[in-house]
Design a protein around this ligand. Structure first.
Ligand SMILES: Cc1ncc(COP(=O)(O)O)c(C=O)c1O
Length: 288
C-alpha cells in the first residue's frame, strides 16, 4: 500500500512518524475523509476548502497549495488503482522537539501530511434497512466546526451508544440535538427537514451542504434550526449524513421506533438524489 507522505508517494513501511509529532502527542492537526467513486474524488474542492478554513482557525500554516495537494491525492488514487474507495488524509502541526505547548514557528516546524486510500463500497444494506441511535450527552469541546484529529469526545460518545446496544449516538447539548458521533443529524417532521445550523457546535458537513442543495432542487423545505431532544421522539423520519456513509436512515431512537420502522419517503428521495449526483459528478460506478 502506498502512502502520501508530505509530497511523496511511498510504501507504507517507508513512512516514519516521529514521537514528537504534535499530531501524535497533542492531536494537534486536521483531517479529511473523501469518497472515491469511479476513481474520482467526490466534492474534493469542498473538502479542501474546509481544510484551509480549519487551518486558519487553528493558526496552522499549510506547506502546500490546493493545486499541489489535489495533484498528489489524485496520483495516490491512481497509483493504488482504487475505483470505489475512501481516502483519508491528515495534516499535523509537525515535529516539535522538545515537546512544548507553545505553537511552533511555522518557518521552523513544517506541517506533516499523511494519507491513504482503501477500497470501500457504499453501505447499501445499512442504507436500505436503517440504524438505531441512542441519545448521548454532547460533552465535546466548543470548536466542533474544526475537523480536529482530537476525536476523544466523538469516540467516547460512540462507545457509550454501542455499549447500550445502538449503532450510533445522537448527541444532545443543552437539550438540543447537535449531530451524530461522526455524521450530521437530520429529522423530518410534517414534510420539513430539520438539521442543526452551522456554527461552533457541529461540523459543517460536506454531505450536509450537498443535501441542502438537493433538497432545494427537489422542493423539500429545509430548516437549519436546532431541535429539542423531545422532538426526536415525534419525528416522522430521521437520518444521518457523512461522506463515508452518505445518507443513513435512522429507524430507532433509544427505544422509540421512528415512523414505521423503515426508511421514510423523504429520506429515500434524498438518497436517490445523492446517488444521482455522485453518478453525475464521477460517472456511473460499480456501486449498486
Ligand atoms: C462529527 C462529524 N459531523 C459531521 C460529519 C460529516 O461530515 P462530511 O459530510 O463532511 O463527511 C463528520 C464526518 O466525519 C463528523 O465526524
Amino acid at each position: 500500500m502506498h502512502i502520501l507522505w508530505n509530497d511523496q508517494l511511498v510504501e507504507r513501511e517507508a513512512v516514519k512518524i516521529d514521537i514528537e509529532d504534535r499530531g501524535y502527542q497533542y492531536g494537534d492537526g486536521l483531517y479529511e475523509m473523501i469518497r472515491v467513486y469511479n476513481g474520482q474524488l467526490y466534492m474534493l474542492s469542498e473538502h479542501l476548502e474546509r481544510l484551509w478554513q480549519g487551518a486558519e482557525k487553528i493558526r496552522m500554516v499549510l506547506p502546500f497549495t490546493k493545486e499541489g495537494l489535489t495533484d498528489n491525492l489524485k496520483k495516490l488514487v491512481a497509483l493504488e488503482g482504487i475505483k470505489e474507495g475512501k481516502l483519508y488524509f491528515q495534516v499535523t502541526r509537525g515535529i516539535d522537539s522538545p515537546r512544548n505547548h507553545v505553537l511552533p514557528d511555522p518557518e521552523k516546524v513544517k506541517a506533516v501530511l499523511t494519507g491513504n486510500v482503501l477500497p470501500y463500497q457504499r453501505p447499501v444494506e445499512l442504507m436500505e434497512t436503517g440504524m438505531s441511535v441512542g441519545v448521548v450527552p454532547d460533552t465535546r469541546w466548543l470548536h466542533c466546526d474544526i475537523k480536529s484529529l482530537s476525536l476523544m469526545g466523538n469516540v467516547l460518545a460512540l462507545d457509550e451508544a454501542k455499549r447500550q446496544g445502538f449503532d450510533d449516538a445522537v448527541l444532545v447539548r443543552d437539550g438540543k440535538v447537535t449531530e451524530a458521533s461522526a455524521a450530521n443529524f437530520w429529522l423530518v417532521k410534517d414534510g420539513v427537514v430539520y438539521t442543526h445550523p452551522d456554527g461552533n457546535l457541529i461540523l459543517p458537513g460536506i454531505t450536509k451542504m450537498k443535501i441542502i442543495e438537493l433538497a432545494h432542487e427537489l422542493g423539500i423545505p429545509v430548516k437549519e434550526t436546532a431541535v429539542a431532544e423531545a422532538e426526536l421522539f415525534n419525528a416522522d423520519e430521521c437520518f444521518t449524513s457523512s461522506s463515508l456513509k452518505e445518507i443513513t436512515p435512522v429507524v430507532k431512537v433509544n427505544e422509540k421506533i421512528i415512523g414505521s420502522g423503515i426508511p421514510g419517503a423523504i429520506t429515500k428521495k434524498l438518497i436517490a438524489a445523492y446517488i444521482a449526483d455522485v453518478n453525475a459528478q464521477c460517472g456511473e460506478s460499480d456501486n449498486r
